[in-house]
Design a protein around this ligand. Structure first.
Ligand code: SF4
Length: 168
């Protein structure tokens, strides 16, 4: 199987979430995030010409690729899970590079917070991504579901009821 951007993001947010999602326990429509990103994009940047392409390679799907400038735009609602967003974008750049599309960079956009950040992939990042890919596969294949994390992010997670229902 291919590791997708969603796997990568969930791995960084919560390993239990990654396991539940990868083992087909789905409490959410995975396209919601994509639709949301598109919606935020359309409402936040109506002045931008439709110059971005949608690209799908090796299980990842990038909605806004500026082919002319080789920039992947990733639009997020809030910067709360900033680290996960950075690595998800680095992972996209890594997959592009692995497939022969060199010198790609990324721009992380938080239109509601009026913030943008340029993201680049270093050789150290590539080594870390390879390690994370191994860890992701190990978690997914494990017979044991990882424990709950008791974090504030759980309240917004679609698995909240699944994880905490019945707990005192
Ligand atoms: S509710 Fe919390 S512990 Fe459960 S999957 Fe979501 S983030 Fe992980």
């Amino acid at each position: 199987m291919h590791i997708t951007g969603t796997h990568f993001n969930y791995y960084l947010v919560c390993q239990r979430k990654l396991w539940l999602f990868a083992n087909a326990i789905q409490m959410e429509h995975t396209n919601d995030t994509v639709t949301e990103g598109k919606l935020i994009h359309e409402t936040s940047y109506p002045q931008r010409p439709a110059k971005y392409e949608e690209i799908q390679i090796e299980g990842i799907k990038v909605d806004f690729y500026d082919a002319k400038n080789k920039v992947i735009h990733e639009i997020k609602k809030s910067s709360k899970l900033h680290d996960a967003h950075i690595w998800q974008l680095k992972y996209y750049i890594y997959v592009f590079q692995k497939n022969g599309i060199e010198n790609v960079s990324g721009i992380l956009e938080y239109p509601k917070e009026r913030k943008t950040e340029e993201i680049y992939l270093s050789s150290i990042d590539i080594e870390r991504i390879k390690e994370m890919e191994t860890e992701i596969m190990n978690i997914i294949k494990s017979k044991k579901v990882p424990p709950v994390i008791n974090a504030s992010r759980c309240k917004k997670c679609s698995y909240y009821d699944f994880c905490y229902v019945g707990e005192i």
